[in-house]
Design a protein around this ligand. Structure first.
Ligand code: ADP
Length: 262
């Protein structure tokens, strides 16, 4: 129904207060409702493209009266995999946005985990002609984290670093000295690339779902446009935050701040 309800208030007494609270609540409900509508529209849009590509390919093959050639089956399979990843990402994101993502937090040795992740990602980096390094400038740090989710955060950031850095470039992961921020002690992990960078006016939207710096540029890189939103929500769910600095043509640094387990 229409949530655009606003009761005019004149009285300054208790009655007026109740009405103002009511107006405030309807405003918030309307914002939530708008956000939900946008999400449904975004999802429909994102699912439509791969689905219509698959439909078209199958119909063309059918019309030609041929069986589907093996290479087309491979491409269709890729599209199905991509759709599956998109649905999985959406599921995680919707749970995280609703604050209903169950985290299995345990003490986690951050250096050890990052070293392992960088090791695993190195194959992909080398295939892309990139050098990927891990280094630590601090004593071993323990954070309270869901190892699987935290791994996903860094895989998302590293996948992007590889995706948006051309051959011969560098990607490094650095655990930096602990920093005080907002009156708590945080450890900072930076993912630094020497890639194409992000224009300053795009930085503010970067963590929005489905946001991509250049639609055309990003389309064939195979991502879902959800990687950074998911990373943002997962880090927040761990009591941390992400910062980004970037210089177009020079590279990008994403820094993940996580509260230190003491
Ligand atoms: P995608 O699946 O498109 O990579 P993300 O949410 O992970 O979606 O990233 C959103 C957009 O931010 C990307 O499409 C890309 O334009 C930009 N971006 C993310 N990481 C980097 C990076 N390391 N260097 C340059 N651009 C990046």
């Amino acid at each position: 129904g229409d949530l655009h309800v606003n009761v005019p208030v004149k009285s300054k007494d208790e009655y007026g207060k109740v009405i103002r609270t009511f107006n405030d609540m309807t405003l918030r409900l309307r914002e939530a409702e708008d956000a939900r509508r946008r999400l449904v529209a975004d999802v429909a849009h994102e699912l439509r493209t791969p689905l219509s590509i698959m439909q078209l390919k199958l119909e063309n093959a059918q019309q030609a009266g041929q069986s589907v050639p093996p290479e087309m089956l491979l491409r269709l399979h890729d599209e199905v995999i991509r759709l599956g990843l998109l649905v999985e990402d959406l599921h995680v994101l919707s749970l995280a946005e609703a604050g209903r993502l169950a985290l299995d937090c345990k003490p986690l040795d951050l250096s050890a985990r990052l070293e392992q992740i960088v090791d695993d990602m190195n194959v992909e980096a080398e295939e892309n002609g990139l050098e990927m390094r891990f280094s630590s400038n601090t004593r071993p740090v323990t954070v309270m984290a869901d190892a699987r989710r935290m791994t996903q955060v860094f895989i998302n950031l590293l996948t992007n670093a590889v995706r948006y850095t051309s051959e011969g470039g560098k990607v490094s992961v650095v655990i930096e000295d602990q920093v005080w921020d907002q009156n708590a002690l945080y450890v900072c992990v930076s993912v630094i690339d020497s890639g194409i960078g992000i224009p300053a006016d795009e930085l503010a939207h970067l963590f929005d779902r489905f946001y991509r710096v250049e639609k055309a540029r990003s389309r064939h890189t195979g991502g879902t446009g959800l990687g950074l939103s998911i990373a943002h929500h997962l880090v927040r769910a761990h009591g941390g935050f992400i910062r980004v600095v970037s210089e177009p043509g020079q590279g990008t640094t994403f820094s993940v701040f996580l509260p230190v387990h003491t």
